[in-house]
Design a binder for this molecule. Structure first.
Ligand SMILES: O=C(O)COP(=O)(O)O
Ligand SMILES: [Mg+2]
Length: 226
């Protein structure tokens, strides 16, 4: 359990694996893409290991299970096109909210924190997904993996939130499920908290260098103060 975090004025919250269990959507879209490429379906656990570093990384890893690197390079564009088409068609249909997400967002706002969502998912998928699941309401800002030239674990998107909110990085906490969130936060100078239930590339969350593990977003709200 983590110590309390004080002097916090805003929270940057990750999407996949933190707000929503999106792996079932990824699973369906990836296997529809694989079917178009004449590849056999893969299990959801395989997909969960590759979520967190954006769409191109996911598709590269998934076709890399079958193809050598030159072939991955050659087939990447049609594979991405296929994946985007299938993901767009089902985005949000098979996702579930993790426990205490809405309660956590409400409690963070009740403490006067400003909220941003920073995800490595393309912003064109993230915004409709947040709208469909009733989460968009909570966030003043949403940045995706393609909002800037650099994505998490690079600190750039987090620093853009700090700038937009007029806050110093140490006044901002990033909450996420993977090393990408914690590394981005460290590099930005933000505080960070980790939830244990998402996708961390198959690695134990205890190995993540953050300011602590919280069981839910509501638990995070309990240890954060302004
Ligand atoms: O699309 C992904 O790789 C997931 O992104 P997120 O965990 O940063 O929301
Ligand atoms: Mg995540």
């Amino acid at each position: 359990m983590s110590a309390s975090l004080s002097g916090i004025r805003a929270a940057i919250i990750d999407l996949d694996g933190t707000l929503l269990h999106t792996a079932p959507d990824f699973h369906i879209a990836i296997n529809r893409m694989r079917n178009e490429l004449d590849l056999a379906p893969v299990g959801i656990e395989t997909i969960e290991r590759f979520v967190g570093k954006g769409t191109e990384h996911l598709v590269r890893q998934i076709i890399g299970l079958d193809y050598d690197q030159p072939t991955v390079q050659e087939r990447l564009t049609p594979a991405l096109d296929s994946y985007h088409r299938h993901y767009h068609a089902i985005n949000g249909d098979h996702v579930t909210l993790y426990p205490q997400v809405k309660e956590g967002l409400e409690a963070l706002r009740a403490k006067g924190l400003r909220l941003a969502c920073v995800t490595n998912k393309p912003v064109g998928f993230a915004v409709p997904l947040l709208e469909k699941t009733g989460l968009a309401f909570w966030f003043e800002l949403v940045y995706g993996g393609d909002s800037f030239a650099r994505k998490k674990p690079d600190p750039y998107p987090l620093l853009q939130v700090c700038k937009a909110f007029g806050l110093e990085p140490h006044q901002v906490v990033a909450i996420g499920d993977s090393t990408n969130d914690a590394e981005a936060a460290r590099a930005a100078g933000c505080r960070s908290l980790t939830v244990p239930y998402g996708y961390n590339h198959g690695q134990p969350v205890q190995e993540i260098d953050s300011d602590g593990i919280v069981s839910t977003l509501l638990d995070a709200a309990h240890i954060i103060s302004g």
